[in-house]
Design a protein around this ligand. Structure first.
Ligand code: AVJ
Length: 354
């Protein structure tokens, strides 16, 4: 019994939507901030290293976010629907465990899975306050407006931002508690070292007693994994190649995407899918805004993404050792995906645990 446009009997008028919506831009593609100017430096360092790499966050311009939404619907790409099924089954339990709280979502995208949580909080009569955080302004604003039309009591305070900036910017919540959700196994994009940094940003942003909801993709057979990143319709390939379009636009580049191909495989010893773009011939590419020329040999690859696959027990231990205490863990019948609800320990006990 969720409140929707039909259940509430009317949809909200545009004016009340505007009153319940606030979006703050911490980054912008047209007027790059200090941090955005630095952002080009991660592309420079990746492209001048051997082997070459690019940060996965360059996937997500507006077009890339759209392609990612399409990936989530692919028959081969199991993580999204598996996580959504777990959420459907346990959202009520999550809401009861956290009580009323503000929901912060890192990398909110289309906020599809958020509806499952909002429905559960709504059914318990809890106030609905949502803080989506995404680097794509287009998808953030359009999904915020859709949500406000569907939930007449919802308040949204969106941040167009990287995780890092947004986590520094969180002000004390007006509700009894807060839950930061990080779904879709986006954590898998981080190397172990980047995970360390990310978890300290999380602990830095959260007060003791607050909640952290984490979705992680679990280790499984190579066959299932490789098919999920090599779909028959070529959407994943288009998503991967779109990073080059994004760099062209953002940094005045001249990548010819017809001269690169998508490559994705499971690295079993590292428990990670690796996505690469392979240069089909020797070529040189300029990124004028970065004052950079990059030489490629035929067959040379750029690593664009790692997607790590986790072990649930190890993840629980790791979180606990950082004072992010798992309260409850859920999975699907195949054990393909894991959802962990954690609570921040008080600072004193964090010290003892160290
Ligand atoms: C958003 C990082 C979880 O690693 O599965 C999907 C991105 N890349 N297909 C993933 C992705 C290729 C996705 N994450």
């Amino acid at each position: 019994m969720s409140i929707s446009k039909t259940a509430s009997g009317k949809s909200s008028s545009p004016s009340t939507i505007d009153k319940r919506l606030q979006i703050e831009h911490l980054i912008s593609p047209t007027q790059p901030s200090e941090t955005e100017l630095n952002a080009g430096s991660d592309a420079i360092s990746g492209l001048t290293q051997t082997p070459k790499s690019l940060p996965a966050r360059y996937f997500y311009d507006d077009r890339g976010s759209q392609l990612f939404e399409q990936i989530c619907e692919l028959p081969e790409y199991y993580p999204t629907r598996t996580e959504a099924a777990i959420l459907h089954q346990y959202a009520g339990e999550i809401a009861r465990l956290t009580g009323p709280c503000e929901i912060v979502e890192l990398g909110s995208g289309s906020s599809t899975k958020t509806r499952i949580l909002l429905d559960a909080y709504n059914e318990l009569g809890y106030p609905l306050r949502y803080l989506p955080i995404d680097v794509s302004a287009g998808i953030l604003e359009s999904s915020a407006r859709d949500l406000l039309a569907e939930y007449p009591l919802l308040q949204i305070y969106g941040l167009v931002s990287t995780y890092e900036l947004a986590l520094q910017r969180l002000t004390p919540t007006q509700l009894p508690s807060r839950m930061i959700s990080f779904l879709g196994s986006s954590l898998g994009n981080f190397s172990p070292q980047e995970c360390d940094v990310f978890f300290s940003q999380i602990t830095g942003a959260m007060d003791s007693g607050e909640y952290f909801l984490l979705g992680v993709d679990l280790q499984k057979s190579k066959d299932v994994l490789e098919v999920a990143y090599n779909d028959s319709q070529g959407v994943t390939a288009a998503f991967n190649l779109n990073m080059l379009h994004h760099l062209n636009r953002r940094f005045e580049g001249n990548f010819d995407t017809a001269q690169f191909e998508h490559l994705a495989f499971y690295n079993e010893s590292q428990h990670q899918i690796e996505m690469h773009l392979r240069s089909m011939r020797s070529q040189s590419v300029q990124l004028r805004a970065l004052d950079l020329t990059v030489e490629f040999e035929a067959g040379e690859t750029i690593l664009t993404e790692i997607s790590r696959k986790f072990d649930l027990n190890t993840m629980q231990q790791e979180l606990k050792s950082r004072g992010i205490v798992p309260l409850q863990t859920w999975t699907d019948p195949n054990h393909w995906f894991g959802l962990l609800l954690c609570q921040m320990q008080p600072p004193e006990s964090t010290k003892i645990a160290d």
